[in-house]
Design a protein around this ligand. Sequence first.
Ligand SMILES: Cc1cc2nc3c(=O)[nH]c(=O)nc-3n(C[C@H](O)[C@H](O)[C@H](O)COP(=O)(O)OP(=O)(O)OC[C@H]3O[C@@H](n4cnc5c(N)ncnc54)[C@H](O)[C@@H]3O)c2cc1C
Length: 501
Amino acid sequence: MAIYDVVIIGSGLGGLLSAVFLAKEGLRVAVIEQNKQVGGCLQTFSFEKKLFDSCVHYIGALEEGQSQHRVFRYAGILDDLGLSRLDGDGFDRILLGDDPEDYPHAQGLDHFAALLKPYFNRSAKALDEYVQVLRQVGDSFPLYNLRNGNAHEKEAVSHWTMHDIMRRIPDEKLQHVLMGNNLLYAGARDKTPFYVHGLVTKSYIDSAYKIKGGSSQVSKLLWRRLQEHGGVIFRNEKVTGLREKNGAIQSAVTASGAVYEGRQFIANVHPAAALSWIDCSLIKPVYRKRILAAENSISAFMVNIVLQPGTVPYRNHNIYWNRSADVYAAVAYTPGEWPANYALYFGADTQYPGYADTVAILTYMHASELDEWRDTRNITAAPSEREAGYHAFKEEKAALLIDTVAARYPELRQHMLAFKVATPLTFRDYMGTPDGSIYGIMADVQNQAGTRIPIRTKIPNLLFTGQNIGIHGVLGVSINAVAASAELLGLDYLLEKIHKA
Ligand SMILES: Cc1cc2nc3c(=O)[nH]c(=O)nc-3n(C[C@H](O)[C@H](O)[C@H](O)COP(=O)(O)OP(=O)(O)OC[C@H]3O[C@@H](n4cnc5c(N)ncnc54)[C@H](O)[C@@H]3O)c2cc1C
């Protein structure tokens, strides 16, 4: 039986990038993925011959010289990746309640502030200061800038909550316009560290791009590079156990009974799932308890719509609407307030230039709304029909969400040809996250020790990577992959290679 140098569990972006970085060094790498399609949140699907992203609709920091660009260039996928830049004068547009105005989030920090000033002319100084804090926070996270710094740099800014910083801005409406795309990070007033808002927001202000051909282009290209470096992905293989001997993991065992032996293991899955596979005295009950107790982000509900050709003009920006002028309210909505927010992501029709052929509507949803059906599972590889009540729930919620969107954008309902719905159970089953949590373990300023998950575990040859060990999102997970791979390769060594690529 083959013994791999590194066995990676989960082919999400974190697993794939780590696999490529390690395989490039000549290590024998195997990735084990439970799904047929690789990529986790990078998966795409189609219906009515139209392509949809299951999660990732746009990516930040992809301009030449910026961190995402550098990481993808080193991974060898940049030249083949079709990119299309969102509107520089407003890649996101923010809507609050009934206010008819849509406020632009523009690309480039100074440009961002400049384009909001006409709407908030008394807040020019506050906007400049906000942008300055974003710069400060961005500079305080060395790895985000692909440099090896020291932990103290980020400690200086890690204890601020979003609210601590945002309330310095005297105009409350401006505060909420700046946080209007809260769906990108599920920010909660007194829990979410400002740096989560800051790093995510800044990455898109630095530059915001869509992937032509869908987000799965990233995972397909990474897979190709991995193969070129001798790596392999085993699909339709669900890991159910990690066998330990003498304080080290020896092998990963899957539901099919296959055994993958390795010298080093990296879990690109939720840490709680990984720990449930291990029975080893090195994993202390207190550590296990801490990971199980860490709160996961809210889940989501998404309606993906196919539009009649040549009817709805394509918008080269995303739209974020919040029912309340207080955007923090959405993440803590009560069922009567649903949908409390939405994002609209448009797909450009290549056959009808200037028109959209698809639109995705994304909103928060508490997984508990689907408690009745939580024991059911349904994925393409193992289809199983859910009962009529679940379908009725989906229909009812989809109609409500579409009605809410149509109040502002009637053309989207008027020209809708077909739609498909994803619920928290869909996200749970396809992404493998607990309760369909969109961003995994949430950083909490009030509980930093309990929500910061280290890459290294107490088992010397088991590491974590992915969105749960740092910041989520394509950039966050890419940085976490650099950090996890650096545990095996050395950080200075890896960073030098990334910079030289
Ligand atoms: C609805 C939604 C919208 C988003 N939009 C954006 C966006 O526009 N831009 C952006 O930058 N980020 C976005 N994100 C966040 C981003 O997609 C994620 O943070 C990131 O892709 C997570 O990558 P990951 O490596 O942690 O793993 P994941 O993508 O979660 O992948 C984990 C993989 O592990 C596999 N796995 C799980 N359990 C097992 C097992 N037992 N055995 C084998 N394999 C297993 C899963 O099948 C999956 O393939 C979005 C996320 C969601 C949910």
